[in-house]
Design a protein around this ligand. Structure first.
Ligand SMILES: Nc1ncnc2c1ncn2[C@@H]1O[C@H](COP(=O)(O)OP(=O)(O)OP(=O)(O)O)[C@@H](O)[C@H]1O
Ligand SMILES: Cc1ncc(C[n+]2csc(CCOP(=O)(O)O)c2C)c(N)n1
Ligand SMILES: [Mg+2]
Ligand SMILES: [Mg+2]
Ligand SMILES: [Mg+2]
Length: 337
C-alpha cells in the first residue's frame, strides 16, 4: 500500500451534505455553510501508547473513539456534527487491513451522524497517531459554554461516570481478547466505544441550559474548568453520583475515584437554572434512555469546586498529558534555542 492508494481507498463515493462542493481530491475541501447557523470546529488526537495500546483497543475501536472524542466536544457545545478530516501518522509494519479497520470504526459512527469525510493528511512516523477535526453547526442564539454557569444553577451529569477508567484497568489487566462477564463487557465497551451525547446536548439547549463540558479528563478536571471559566463556586454532592453494574461491585470510594479522575467517559457535565431543571428531567425521560442526575449546585464565590460532604476543596485530579513525566519528550532531544 502506498500513500496514494490509501487516499483512493478511503475516498467516499457519495456524500451526505448537499452543500459539500469539493471533498477529498484537491488541495483543500470546499463547502457552503448552512444558512443562519454558526460553524463549530474542534480537534483531538489519539496516540498509540498514550491513548491506546494493542492490549486495550482493536484498530476499529481506535478509529471509532478518535471520531467519538471529537463528536463529544461538538455535543458539549450543544451543536451537531457535519464534516470530519483525518490525519494519520502510520508506523512501519502497519498493514492495509489495519488501516481499513481503523476507517471502518470511524465510518460506523460517521454514517450514524451522516458526516462526510472531507480531507486530512497521511505521513509515516514512529507511532500510530490519529488526529481528527470535526466541523459542525450550532444555533447562533444558544451555545453551551464552560463559562455559562450562574449562581443558583443546578449542576448535573448525563449517564454514568467512571466506567471508562474502570474498563481501562480491566483491559490492562486481562487484555481485550478475554471473555468478559457481562458487567465487565459493559465497562470495556464504554472505554472502547463511548457514545457521544449529541441528542442529550440538544435536550440541554431545549431546556434552556447555557453551560456544558464533556468528560475527557475526569469529572474533577471538567468541574474545575467550568468553575474557572464561569468565575463561580461549584458545590458537588458526591453522594448523588450514580453507578450501575460493575461499578457497584467496587467500594464506593474507588468508584468515585474512577468518576473524578478516570476520564474518557464522554458524558456531559453542565448547569441549568434551578427553575428549568424539572423540564430538563422531563425531556430526558421522554426523549433518551440516558439518565441525567443532579450532582450539586453553583454558588457565587471564588472559582473553585467544593465537596458538600467534606466541606473541602475538591482536588483538581484527572488526566493531564504534560504533568505525567513518563509519556512525553522521549523520542528526540530538546531544541537548542
Ligand atoms: N496545541 C494547541 N494549540 C492551540 N490550541 C489548543 C492546543 N491544545 C488545546 N488547544 C485549545 O485549548 C482549548 C482546550 O482544549 P482541550 O483539549 O483541553 O479541550 P478538550 O478537547 O475539551 O479536552 P480533551 O483534549 O481532554 O478532550 C480548546 O479551545 C482547544 O482548541
Ligand atoms: C493505554 C492507555 N493508558 C491510559 C489511558 C488513559 N488516558 C489517556 S489520555 C486520557 C485523557 C483524554 O485524552 P485527551 O486529553 O488527549 O483527550 C486518558 C484518561 C488510555 N486511554 N490508554
Ligand atoms: Mg482537546
Ligand atoms: Mg471537551
Ligand atoms: Mg476533547
Amino acid at each position: 500500500m502506498d500513500e496514494f492508494q490509501l487516499i483512493r481507498a478511503i475516498t467516499p463515493k457519495t456524500h451526505y451534505h448537499e452543500k459539500l462542493i469539493l471533498g477529498i481530491g484537491d488541495d483543500a475541501a470546499v463547502f457552503r455553510p448552512d444558512d443562519g447557523k454558526n460553524i463549530v470546529v474542534c480537534q483531538d488526537q489519539m496516540v498509540e501508547g498514550t491513548h491506546f495500546t494493542k492490549t486495550t483497543m482493536g484498530m476499529s475501536d481506535v478509529g471509532y473513539k478518535a471520531l467519538a472524542a471529537n463528536i463529544s466536544d461538538i455535543a458539549a457545545m450543544g451543536a451537531w456534527p457535519a464534516y470530519y478530516l483525518v490525519t494519520l501518522t502510520i508506523p512501519k509494519h502497519t498493514n492495509k487491513d489495519e488501516i481499513r479497520d481503523l476507517y471502518k470504526g470511524m465510518q460506523e459512527l460517521a454514517s450514524f451522524y451522516s458526516m462526510d469525510l472531507i480531507g486530512g493528511d497521511t505521513t509515516s512516523g514512529p507511532a500510530l497517531i490519529i488526529n481528527v477535526t470535526v466541523l459542525g453547526y450550532a444555533d447562533p442564539k444558544q451555545i453551551l459554554t464552560r463559562s455559562g454557569a450562574q449562581p443558583g444553577d443546578v449542576l448535573f451529569v448525563t449517564g454514568f461516570v467512571g466506567e471508562s477508567g474502570a474498563g481501562l484497568d480491566t483491559l490492562l489487566k486481562n487484555g481485550r481478547h478475554m471473555r468478559f462477564l457481562d458487567m465487565e463487557a459493559e465497562i470495556v465497551r464504554t472505554h472502547q466505544r463511548p457514545v457521544p451525547r449529541c441528542v442529550e446536548g440538544r435536550l440541554l439547549r431545549e431546556a434552556g441550559s447555557t453551560c456544558a463540558n464533556d468528560i475527557s479528563d475526569g469529572l474533577a478536571s471538567e468541574l474545575w474548568e467550568i468553575a474557572e471559566a464561569s468565575s463561580s463556586t461549584l458545590v458537588i454532592e458526591e453522594d448523588a453520583i450514580q453507578f450501575r453494574g460493575y461499578m457497584l461491585t467496587l467500594e464506593r470510594k474507588q468508584a468515585l475515584q474512577y468518576a473524578f479522575s478516570g476520564g474518557e467517559d464522554f458524558e456531559l457535565v453542565g448547569t441549568i437554572a434551578a427553575d428549568k431543571w424539572p423540564l430538563l428531567e422531563e425531556l430526558f425521560k421522554a426523549k433518551t434512555s440516558v439518565p441525567v442526575t443532579r450532582i450539586g449546585y453553583v454558588e457565587s464565590g471564588p472559582s473553585r469546586v467544593l465537596s458538600r460532604q467534606t466541606g473541602r476543596v475538591l482536588e483538581k485530579s484527572g488526566y493531564n498529558h504534560l504533568s505525567k513525566g513518563d509519556n512525553h519528550g522521549d523520542v528526540r532531544d530538546s531544541y537548542d534555542n
